[in-house]
Design a protein around this ligand. Structure first.
Ligand SMILES: Cc1cc2nc3c(=O)[nH]c(=O)nc-3n(C[C@H](O)[C@H](O)[C@H](O)COP(=O)(O)OP(=O)(O)OC[C@H]3O[C@@H](n4cnc5c(N)ncnc54)[C@H](O)[C@@H]3O)c2cc1C
Length: 443
């Protein structure tokens, strides 16, 4: 085929969302993927018999589930995570997910009071004032002159544990630290209270979505797009490399899932006006990621809990622990155990010292899990700085670029274009729904 209605460059979850929606509506759709495997940061690879995620591990309830249900993909197989444990001052507390922040602050308040009674130096928590401010903001009341989450919180308290709790939330879920993220963006966040893991890996879902596209189109792997062809201000096609040969494929519209910056390179910077380039500079704030996948011969964490995760407060780096093999034993070889830990990175603004960050995370693992040395091993470390092409998010919460570009039939999709309040896979899928709507209208 040399002609399609739509070409989608990249088979990440955002690209596949747009592709399935448009293909099901009858548009001839081609997805080209440069890698040998589909799914991008929503995929699975094999390593020493373990099935490991390329990126996303937790699927929040909401947009992704909606997509799967609409596409007739069985969501009953997904394993829910409904229990959330917080490790505060070395003790584990179970907190219902929907009560996360207020309840965690309440526990910190109690612990500080106990410390004060024992005559230890503490800083006032001011829980009531924080909560009043928190709910006021949640209801959308503006507070002028306050910039970052940390600045907002400093109105009420200097207590380090409270600041650490907010920072853990920001760095863990919103792609930036509390001293980097504006409080207005923080309060747009659409809270997530239930998560799922795919028992046979995200790649299995990506493949099901690709099968749907293939009913009215094609998905080509190992086929990088080399150039988006623009004539008289409009896209006319894409030059794709297939089996070492470059071919021009014509189309009526292109949706790029490669990230806004790469779209610019593929289409030629000269085709984008100054306003768009300025918006890119102001908005695009990639978020680094540091994580470890830890294998062991015996369970090292959350033993016996097969529907929960743990959030760590007060560590150097470690902030979320997911006991993958407790939840989905089919992802690991028999007799083996696996947990995933993500880390709070040093900064979402300046480049990362990868070696140092990995050292810090390793120190935390050794400290929190004394049995690690005897029974465990690091299967994979992943550390991607903000200049890497595989960030945790292509931009922070609330910093999504528009889907439209100055070229009328060229669009972006994926997590550089997240809607306010969304992030990660739900953000990418939602952008896929929006772009499919727009493209349908212009076609
Ligand atoms: C370590 C890590 C952990 C994460 N954890 C979570 C989590 O637990 N929950 C959650 O919801 N989100 C998580 N995320 C974020 C989530 O994975 C991403 O937001 C989401 O998967 C991004 O999807 P996307 O649509 O932007 O496409 P991407 O995944 O960025 O895919 C883009 C695709 O385009 C392809 N491509 C690029 N250039 C070309 C070209 N020239 N030609 C053809 N193809 C091209 C790439 O190979 C890639 O496959 C995590 C991310 C990382 C990295």
């Amino acid at each position: 085929m040399k002609e399609y209605d739509i070409i989608i460059i990249g088979s990440g979850i955002g690209g596949l969302t747009a592709a399935t929606l448009l293909s099901r509506k009858g548009y001839k759709t081609l997805v080209v993927e440069s890698r040998t495997r589909i799914g991008g940061r929503f995929s699975t690879f094999e390593h020493e018999g373990f099935h490991l995620p390329t990126g996303a591990i937790l699927i929040p309830d909401g947009w992704v589930i909606k997509l799967l249900e609409e596409m007739g993909i069985d969501t009953n197989i997904l394993r829910p995570i409904t229990r959330v444990f917080y490790r505060i001052n070395g003790e584990r507390y179970e907190i219902p997910a929907e009560m996360g922040v207020p309840k965690a602050l309440d526990i910190i308040d109690q612990l500080e009071k106990e410390d004060a009674e024992k005559g230890r130096p503490t800083k006032p928590v001011q829980l009531r004032k924080i909560m009043r401010g928190y709910y006021k903001k949640m209801r959308g009341i503006k507070q002028e002159g306050i910039i970052t989450v940390r600045d907002w919180l400093l109105q009420y308290t200097e207590n380090e544990n409270i600041h650490d709790a907010f920072d853990t939330l920001c760095a863990g879920l919103m792609m930036a630290h509390s001293w980097e993220l504006p409080v207005s963006k923080f309060f747009q966040f659409q809270e997530m209270s239930k998560f799922f893991i795919v028992p046979n890996g995200n790649l299995s879902i990506a493949k099901e979505l690709a099968n749907i596209v293939e009913k009215n189109g094609a998905v080509w792997t190992n086929c990088p797009a080399r150039k988006i062809v623009i004539k008289n201000g409009e896209v006319t096609g894409v030059i794709v490399e297939k089996a070492g040969e470059q071919t021009e494929i014509n189309c009526k519209a292109v949706i790029s899932n490669t990230g806004v910056k790469r779209t610019l390179i593929l289409a030629g910077r000269e085709n984008f006006n100054d306003d768009y380039l300025t918006e890119m500079r102001l908005k695009l704030r990639p978020s680094p990621c540091v994580l470890a996948l830890v294998a062991s011969d015996k369970p090292l964490c959350l033993e016996g809990i097969n529907d929960g995760l743990e959030i760590i407060m007060g560590s150097q780096r470690m902030n979320t622990i997911i006991p993958i093999s407790n939840i989905c034993p089919e992802l690991v070889p028999p007799g083996q155990h696996l947990f995933y830990t993500s880390a709070k990175h040093d900064s979402s603004l300046h480049p990362m010292d990868v070696k140092y960050e990995i050292q810090q995370l390793k120190r935390d693992i050794e400290e929190f899990y004394p049995d690690f040395e005897k029974y465990g091993r690091i299967l994979k470390f992943r550390a991607c700085g903000i200049i890497n092409e595989w960030p945790e998010g292509r931009t922070w919460l609330g910093y999504g670029m528009p889907l439209e570009t100055p070229i009328p039939n060229l669009f972006n999709v994926g997590d550089s274009c997240v809607a306010p309040g969304l992030i990660g896979t739900p953000g990418s899928v939602e952008s896929g729904y929006r772009v499919a709507d727009i493209v349908e209208k212009i076609l």
